[in-house]
Design a protein around this ligand. Structure first.
Ligand code: G3P
Length: 225
């Protein structure tokens, strides 16, 4: 499963990459706003700190298809052809996704709340489609099920497009999707760290060290032998 960081915070991104080779960074206007800085400079810095072959997903702000296309072309010119242009699935967005896919520009269809939105975006040529799992749960729908339904639709219809499930509150939502074969997720700093941090693992490590200290002097490691 492709695992990406849903953040524009340089410290968070650096911290996470220090411990694990994440596959990419996804941003949106709200995430960029949190950094309280020129968003373009922020994106440039993100691009500079992430490993070379790592994806950067960056969203357009225009609401009109032609403007979205111009924005997308500008972003690709500045950040490279491997950049994924996030386009919300509105009517204009679908049109833009279709134009961009014909121009060979990678798109990530975003702000997806229904399975059919995901299907239509894939059919328009998106490379990724991003259902908002936790936001759906908050609305009283089953976000995990919507993401699964989109995955099934894409497989059954042989689209060259992956679900990148987004908007998570906890590990359980990601686990459910991983078991189902969802190909990509993006999550915030805290949600990503909670995928592997476990207090009982830390306790086990402390117990091992305490046991070893009973037979040896303090803080020895295998390097001391
Ligand atoms: O990538 C989509 C995401 O940023 C939405 O997440 O946590 O704001 O619901 P959230």
């Amino acid at each position: 499963m492709i695992v990406m960081i849903d953040s524009a915070n340089l410290e968070e991104i650096k911290y996470l990459f220090n411990y694990f080779p994440y596959d990419g960074v996804t941003t949106n206007p709200s995430i960029l706003k949190k950094e309280n800085r020129n968003p373009f400079e922020q994106l440039k810095d993100i691009k500079n700190i992430i490993p070379k072959d790592t994806m950067l997903h960056c969203q357009v702000l225009s609401k009109n298809a032609d403007e979205m296309v111009k924005e997308a072309e500008y972003i690709v010119e500045k950040f490279g052809k491997d950049t994924y242009i996030k386009v919300p699935v509105t009517e204009e967005g679908l049109k833009a996704i279709n134009i961009l896919s014909k121009k060979g520009i990678n798109t990530t269809a975003t702000a997806i709340y229904t399975a059919m939105q995901g299907y239509m975006a894939a059919k328009a040529g998106a490379k990724f489609v991003a259902p908002y799992v936790n936001r759906l749960d908050n609305l009283g729908y089953d976000g995990v099920q919507v993401a699964k339904d989109i995955h099934t639709l894409l497989k059954n219809h042989n689209f060259n497009c992956k679900v990148v499930a987004a908007s998570f509150k906890n590990s359980q939502q990601i686990l459910e999707l991983g078991k189902f074969g969802i190909e990509a997720i993006t999550a915030s700093f805290d949600v990503l760290r909670n995928l592997y941090i476990h207090p009982v693992t830390d306790k086990a490590v402390n117990d091992f060290c305490n046991d070893f200290e009973k037979i040896e002097d303090n803080h020895k490691t295998m390097l001391d032998y």
